[in-house]
Design a protein around this ligand. Structure first.
Ligand code: ZN
Length: 119
């Protein structure tokens, strides 16, 4: 049973990384990734992606996790001044937050689907 769940989880992870529907693996989650405009339902199978708005919590947690990663990076940096350290860390952090946003949203939808697989 756990082996089956592991395989199912791997499949959902692969679909999330491709920004595809967790149920059918074909429908796109986003209309346009760069503008972050997303579909409410899968265009292929009709799965409602975020029926209760639960993915927002995952977005907060993953943003907090990335912030923690950036704090750890800052602890290992030894810039000449705090200002120069900020000039490096802040753009990297913002780029990291923005560039991972679609994948984090897709992971949230996949985790939601894993917890509540609808027929
Ligand atoms: Zn679908």
């Amino acid at each position: 049973m756990s082996r089956r769940l592991f395989g199912f989880s791997r499949q959902l992870l692969a679909r999330a990384l491709r920004l595809r529907c967790p149920r059918c693996g074909e429908g796109k989650i986003f209309r346009r990734v760069l503008t972050y405009s997303e579909h409410t339902h899968c265009p292929r199978c009709g799965l409602r992606y975020d029926p209760h708005g639960e993915s927002l919590a995952f977005m907060y947690v993953s943003t907090a996790f990335l912030t923690g990663v950036m704090v750890i990076v800052m602890l290992f940096m030894h810039p000449e001044s705090i200002a120069s350290g900020r000039m490096v860390v802040i753009p990297i952090a913002l780029a990291l937050y923005v560039s991972t946003l679609p994948v984090r949203k897709a992971l949230a939808i996949a985790l939601n689907y894993l917890n509540h697989p609808l027929p």
